[in-house]
Design a protein. Structure first.
Length: 572
């Protein structure tokens, strides 16, 4: 019997299982009392003006898998005023979009409220959206917007005046036939200073041929007729587009080796330097099939090393229903670990990065072996109490709204999960006492992490199926310090995607990397947020994608720091 299964059936506690071979933050956070929580989250979406529901299929019965997966959400500063705005992609319905359904762009008013500027920005459109990722692909100083969709993906160029233009065709990103675009991420895979684009496709979906609920072995769950898939439906493929440096892209999926990996139901994609060789790799969570880890071979090609790296399957050698991905140095080893969410009756998974592109399944050791009740989606590592340790939050929601009439334990709407990092490789579940923003029930999908009110606490934006989004304001109060780092590339891509930053505070060294997509189909704040505990000054090291290393010493805490590549001096 495998270790995780033994712990589950025996009921043994997990607190005694430490993580040998991984670093720690140098201290242990004491267990909390039954009534204590270091966090308080309140959903202020309605007061903030985020009131438009996200329509995604029939709300009461999902006839097709297209209606179930939902989409991501994005925190990004589209107008570069220093305050995070929110982009909410939208869906549709099988018979067509209801009146008023569209993507939504909400401008931050800097007072805790937002204004819907969708029409003014030129983003009003009804599509079956999936993923969203941000990156300045043309290096003009304004972050552009890419939306993956069922049908045709969309590249919106940021015009720098509050408006966007659909440049999909002129950029060379049109498909010859409809595709179900899924995960997407900007990454400078060849380090030429221009952002390239990776896009996964989930499966080949055709309303004319897909079976109806209950027809076939993959169209039932626990004896109840449900929508079919993904098993039994044809798989999709992955695409890599090289940036030509002139506003256009070239499809290099074949020559790069990206398209060689097939027979996958690919979902969220995250580009990061998982082996610390200075070149970005790409991890793809896959539904009901092995996950993919594309290693960058540094010659324009990639190889899937997921199996030998230990991230294709769980420790039992089984594929899982991978949906959302969180990447970060959760185990304080100085390397990027990977957390992935899965379907109900299975656990999420935490892969600890042991270095040299080797990972270990440490799910049970971390205390995640009991989270089998819900279907998990978006997830993120963030330091919610600024103690220098990355905590974890993930959202949940069933894909079968019709199921709860037969099984009371499988509700369509579920609470969120928030876990406190104890600093020894273990996480403590504090969900039940972290505020109504966590305990309220929704069927959620994507979630994004960022400090929308610039108060030094990381907040969360969440996409909810058939409802307005949630905006969880982090109202945690303590004396811990923080530092937010905004990077601007010059020789590197302007968005600094792929830049690795290390902050040393109080003898602890933290690592973060500027990422395009993560969570589930979502985009986090491009600014890096570090909790500093009691430290009032820190040292900052930047490893730019160009290869340049810069060090800043004695940086004061509690500020938003802007660093431009090669300029030698920080600006506040």
């Amino acid at each position: 019997m495998k270790r995780r299964r033994f712990l589950e059936v025996s009921g043994l506690g997990l607190s005694g299982f430490g993580l040998s071979g991984f670093g720690t933050a140098g201290f242990l956070a004491a267990p909390l009392g039954a009534a204590e929580s270091p966090y308080q989250f309140t959903d202020i979406a309605a007061k903030a003006g985020l009131t438009a529901p996200v329509v995604y299929g029939n709300p009461d019965k999902k006839k097709y898998i297209l209606e179930t997966n939902g989409c991501g959400i994005a925190f990004f500063d589209y107008d570069h005023d220093g305050w995070l705005d929110i982009f909410v992609p939208g869906g549709s319905q099988i018979e067509g979009p209801p009146a008023g359904v569209t993507n939504r762009l909400y401008k931050n008013n800097r007072d805790g409220t937002f204004t819907d500027v969708t029409r003014k920005a030129g983003l009003e459109r009804a599509v079956w959206a999936s993923g969203v990722c941000i990156g300045d692909y043309n290096n003009d100083g304004f972050d552009d917007l890419f939306v993956s969709c069922w049908g045709q993906n969309i590249l919106y160029r940021n015009n720098g005046n509050g408006t966007f233009t659909d440049v999909t065709k002129e950029a060379g990103l049109l498909h010859s036939k409809p595709e179900w675009g899924a995960g997407c991420t900007f990454t400078d895979y060849n380090r030429d200073g221009f952002l390239d684009l990776f896009v996964s496709t989930y499966l080949n979906f055709d309303l004319k041929t897909v079976p109806l609920p209950g027809v076939g072995e993959n169209c039932n769950w626990k004896g109840i007729a449900v929508n079919c898939g993904p098993r039994g439906l044809p798989t999709g493929r992955n695409f890599l587009y090289r940036n030509n440096g002139d506003g256009t892209f070239t499809d290099v999926s074949g020559s790069s080796g990206i398209a060689k990996v097939d027979h996958r139901y690919a979902m969220t994609a995250v580009a990061a330097d998982f082996d610390d060789d200075g070149w970005p790799d790409i991890f793809v969570a896959c539904d009901s099939t092995p996950s993919i880890l594309y290693r960058n071979n540094r010659d324009g090609t990639f190889s899937d090393i997921a199996l030998e790296a230990g991230v294709a399957y769980n420790e039992d050698g089984r594929e899982q229903a991978g949906m959302g991905v969180a990447v970060g140095d959760a185990l304080s080893s100085g390397r990027d670990d990977i957390f992935k969410t899965h379907f109900a009756d299975d656990t999420p998974i935490l892969y600890g990065n042991k270095g040299n592109a080797r990972f270990e399944d440490v799910t049970s050791k971390a205390g995640f072996g009991s989270f089998t009740r819900y279907v998990g989606w978006g997830a993120g590592f963030a330091d919610f109490d600024n103690d220098g340790l990355l905590d974890l939050l993930f959202v949940n929601g069933s894909v079968y709204p019709e199921l709860e009439q037969f099984f009371a334990e499988y509700k369509y709407k579920n609470p969120r999960i928030v876990l406190r990092n104890r600093g020894n490789g273990e996480f403590e579940d504090v969900s039940a006492r972290s505020g109504t923003g966590i305990s309220d029930r929704h069927s959620s999908r994507g979630c994004a992490f960022g400090d929308f009110d610039n108060d030094g606490n990381v907040d969360v934006a969440i996409m909810n199926m058939g409802e307005p989004p949630s905006l969880l304001r982090n109202e945690t109060s303590n004396s811990n310090g923080w530092l937010k780092v905004k990077l601007i590339g010059t020789k590197s891509n302007r968005s600094a995607i792929g830049a690795r930053t290390f902050v040393t505070a109080g003898g602890r060294r933290q690592r973060q990397e500027v990422l395009s997509q993560s969570s589930f189909y979502s985009q986090n704040d491009l600014r890096l947020h570090f909790g500093l505990g009691p430290a009032t000054a820190v040292d900052v090291e930047i490893y730019w994608p160009s290869g340049l290393k810069e060090v800043y010493r004695g940086v004061k805490s509690n500020q938003i720091l802007t660093l431009q590549e090669g300029k030698g001096g920080p600006s506040r």
